[in-house]
Every structure is written in structure tokens, then in C-alpha cells.
Design a protein around this ligand. Structure first.
Ligand code: 5GP
Length: 121
């Protein structure tokens, strides 16, 4: 799947759409999800054109992968969820209902998060 430069996260990265920014560095941008599923629900996205984890893990430079993972940890600490606990999640493709075709990791926290997967379906 080729990268669609009109996707909503690409537009946020270019500053064409606003976001409630939590953290930013050379490799990543983190901002609050527009439709939060937990008291803390933040999205962390790489500053590069990657469709999914599959694309990112195969094609991003190692320096960017390391920077992105470091940013994930920094964001979790910044949000204050390390001690109480949090969950990270990345949806890939149809079975996972990936809505936005720019790789992103969700960080959820602020309450007990329940079972790892929905039992529906
Ligand atoms: P996915 O299903 O692709 O893993 O999740 C996409 C997430 O992006 C959803 O949780 C959705 O609420 C969030 N989202 C979609 N559009 C916007 C937007 O314009 N701004 C922000 N902050 N979040 C968005």
C-alpha cells in the first residue's frame, strides 16, 4: 500500500490541521486522540511517511525507529501513567480496523483497562 499524503495525520504533521500536542522531537509527534477511549488516550506518530507498523519496521532508518521508541517512553512518562500502568496499541490493516493510514501508536491509561482484546465477534 502506498502512502497517502492527504491522510489526516500527514496533515497534522504539516501543520494544516490542529492537534492538542503532548510532545514533539525530531522523530515523533504525540497528541491527544480526538475521540478518547480512556482518560488518557494519546497518539504517537513518526515524522515520516509510513503507512503502518509493517511499513515502518521494514523501511524506516534504524535511527528513526530508535528515536520513535524512545519518544513512546518519554510520552508515557510525561503523561504520568508509568506507575499506574498503561497500554500501547498499533492497528494494522483491515482486521484491526486501522482507520488512518499513517503509522501510529495509541497510549491508553488513567483507569483499569480491562481485558487485552474485546470478546465481540
Ligand atoms: P486507528 O483505528 O487508525 O488505529 O485509530 C485512529 C485514531 O485516530 C482514532 O482513535 C481516532 O479517534 C483518531 N483520529 C482520527 N482523526 C483524528 C484527528 O483529526 N485528530 C486527532 N487528534 N485524532 C484523530
Amino acid at each position: 500500500m502506498s502512502y497517502d499524503r492527504t491522510n489526516v495525520f500527514a496533515r497534522i504533521l504539516r501543520g494544516e490541521l490542529p492537534c492538542k500536542r503532548v510532545y514533539e522531537d525530531d522523530y515523533a509527534l504525540a497528541f491527544h486522540d480526538i475521540n478518547p477511549q480512556a482518560p488518557t488516550h494519546v497518539l504517537v506518530i513518526p515524522k515520516g511517511e509510513f503507512v503502518s507498523l509493517d511499513d515502518f519496521s521494514a523501511n524506516a532508518p534504524s535511527k528513526m525507529i530508535a528515536g520513535f521508541v524512545r519518544a513512546l517512553g518519554t510520552v508515557a512518562r510525561t503523561l504520568g501513567v508509568v506507575e499506574s500502568g498503561f497500554r500501547i496499541l498499533a492497528n494494522h490493516g483491515r482486521n484491526a480496523n486501522q482507520e488512518v493510514p499513517h503509522f501510529h501508536v495509541h497510549i491508553f491509561g488513567g483507569r483499569a483497562l480491562g481485558p487485552m482484546l474485546s470478546r465481540a465477534g
